[in-house]
Structure formats: C-alpha cells, structure tokens
Design a protein around this ligand. Structure first.
Ligand SMILES: Nc1nc2c(ncn2[C@@H]2O[C@H](COP(=O)(O)OP(=O)(O)O)[C@@H](O)[C@H]2O)c(=O)[nH]1
Ligand SMILES: [Mg+2]
Length: 273
C-alpha cells in the first residue's frame, strides 16, 4: 500500500475578500479532496472585515464541512498578525502552508510546491526565477515597487531569495514551532520576518518557480503599505542587531509612527529572541 501524503494545514489570511475568496475555497477544497491522500484542512483567518467575507466562507464551509474552518479576530491585526495567530494551529498538520485569498496561486501550483519540498524545511513560490509562468503580471508601478523593496531586503538581510513576497509558502511543523516566538511583524512585511527567522535558525528554504496570475482588488495601497513595510524591515533589522537594546527609549516613537500609518500590530505581545 502506498504511503499517505503528509497532513496539510493551509492558512488563508483574508481581509474584505467577499468578492475574491469563494472560488479559491471551492477550488482548493475540491482539488485536494481529489488529488491529495493525506488530511487537508483549510483555515481562513479574518480580522475586522467590513464586508461579508465571513458569510461567504460559512456558505462554502457548509459544502465542505470537513476541510474548511474559520478564525475571526475583531482587532486590526493585519495579514502578518492573522498568520501569527493561524500558525498557532501548527499541531494540526505535518506541513503548514499559506496562500492569498485572491486565487493568484491555484491549487495545482500550490500542490506543486508541496511535491517539490524534498528535504527542505520550507518551500516558497517564486515569480522571479526561470521556469515561472505569469499568466497576468502585476502593474508596472507595482513591479517597480516590488523590485525596490527586494533590493532593500537583500541589502539588509542577505537572504539571496529572489521573491520573498509571493503569497504561497509551505513549511514543516517543527520549523514553525521553532520560529513562532520570533514572529512579530503584523503587516505585509511578515514574510521577511518569517523567512529571516527560518534562515537564522538554520532551516533550508527552497525557492520553486510557480504559476501565478495577478488579480484585481489588491489590498495593497502603494503609498501607505510600502512605507509601513519599509519601516517594518528596518525595525526587523534593528531587532536582530546588537544595538536594539540601546534603542529602548525610542520604542514610544516606534509605536507612534505605526499608529500614524494606521499599521497593524499583532495580537500577541511583541516577542523577540
Ligand atoms: N487577515 C488579514 N488578511 C489580510 C489583511 N490585509 C491583507 N490580507 C490578506 O493578505 C493576502 C494578500 O493580499 P493581496 O491584496 O492579495 O496582496 P497582493 O497579492 O500583494 O496584491 C490576501 O489574502 C488578503 O486578504 C489584513 O489586514 N488582515
Ligand atoms: Mg494577492
């Protein structure tokens, strides 16, 4: 008898996604039911939605009660904060993944990541390495911002990862459990926090070319989101520098800037190692 696939917990952070999330929930639930022999669970992590995302999720959940669950936090904890909360469920899977609610990464492309994991601790989808197929690219403004952000991240962290921001990632449970206490970035720069902690703890991160389609309705506003992400990567760099303890008197200023930018904060207390 052939061995079962490892159990897979898929987290979907979602904010005001009533228009985009339904096809993703149906397509993933259907695909994994048909093509995955291990246990597959999908958990949507919502916070402070002002639309009826929860209603849409519950409607689809009624059709796939064994595979779909939902967590809803009233606080504005951001994509990163939602994933920090979702990753607390790591015990439910041998592998834990996350993916955007918009369906930019289809179930087959996500399954491909799992298949290509090999002996790596984490596998991430990449739009910027040879072999990637982009059915619809991001706008040129967005691509420019993304490449500037990439250059800053590479300069600050030297991780040599071409695409830190693609929404699809899979990680082994043991690695999640090790890095979870060090996750503290609630905004869209969460991925840098996630990847840097993995690298720092000696886990292997494999970048795999992916199939990806840009979707309308992005939650990213180039000005404010980019500024928040810039602030967060600088903050992260400082957290992991020997100077951070000397900067303690500036903490109130840090909080003030985040509040001014209306940037999300994680639910749990800030943690660092
Ligand atoms: N829970 C939660 N999810 C969020 C928040 N902001 C964005 N997201 C989700 O994060 C994912 C990425 O956002 P998206 O708009 O697709 O970004 P893009 O693909 O970079 O343009 C989507 O699933 C969003 O619904 C937030 O504040 N809270
Ligand atoms: Mg997206």
């Amino acid at each position: 008898m052939s061995q079962k696939d490892p159990s897979l917990l898929l987290l979907v952070p979602a904010y005001n996604e009533e228009r985009r999330i339904e096809p993703l929930l149906r397509e993933y639930s259907f695909y994994f039911k048909q093509n995955y022999t291990g246990k597959f669970q999908l958990v949507v992590v919502l916070n402070g939605c002002r639309d009826d995302t929860i209603g849409v999720v519950k409607k689809v959940q009624a059709d796939f009660p064994d595979s779909i669950n939902v967590l809803d936090f009233p606080a504005p904890i951001g994509k990163g904060g939602a994933l920090i909360e979702g990753l607390k469920l790591a015990a439910l899977g041998d592998l834990i993944g996350y993916v955007d609610a918009d369906g930019a990464t289809g179930p087959q492309a996500f399954h491909d990541l799992v298949k290509k994991m090999g002996d790596a601790d984490c596998v991430i989808a990449s739009r910027w390495i040879p072999g990637a197929v982009l059915h619809q690219s991001q706008t040129s403004k967005r691509q420019f911002a993304s490449r500037v952000f990439h250059t800053i991240v590479q300069t600050l962290f030297r991780m040599n990862i071409r695409d830190t921001q693609c929404g699809a990632k899979v990680i082994r449970r043991q690695a999640v459990e090790k890095i979870h206490p060090s996750l503290c970035i609630a905004d869209m720069a969460f991925d840098i926090n996630f990847l840097y902690c993995l690298k720092r703890d000696g886990f292997t991160v494999r970048e795999v070319p992916t199939e990806w389609t840009d979707k309308v309705g992005s939650k990213v506003s180039l000005g404010r989101t980019s500024l928040t992400m810039l602030l967060s990567v600088i903050r992260l760099r400082l957290i992991y520098s020997p100077f951070y303890k000397w900067l303690r008197p500036l903490r109130p200023l840090e909080g003030w800037v985040y509040r001014k930018l209306r940037a999300p904060q994680p639910l749990s207390r800030e943690k660092k190692d």
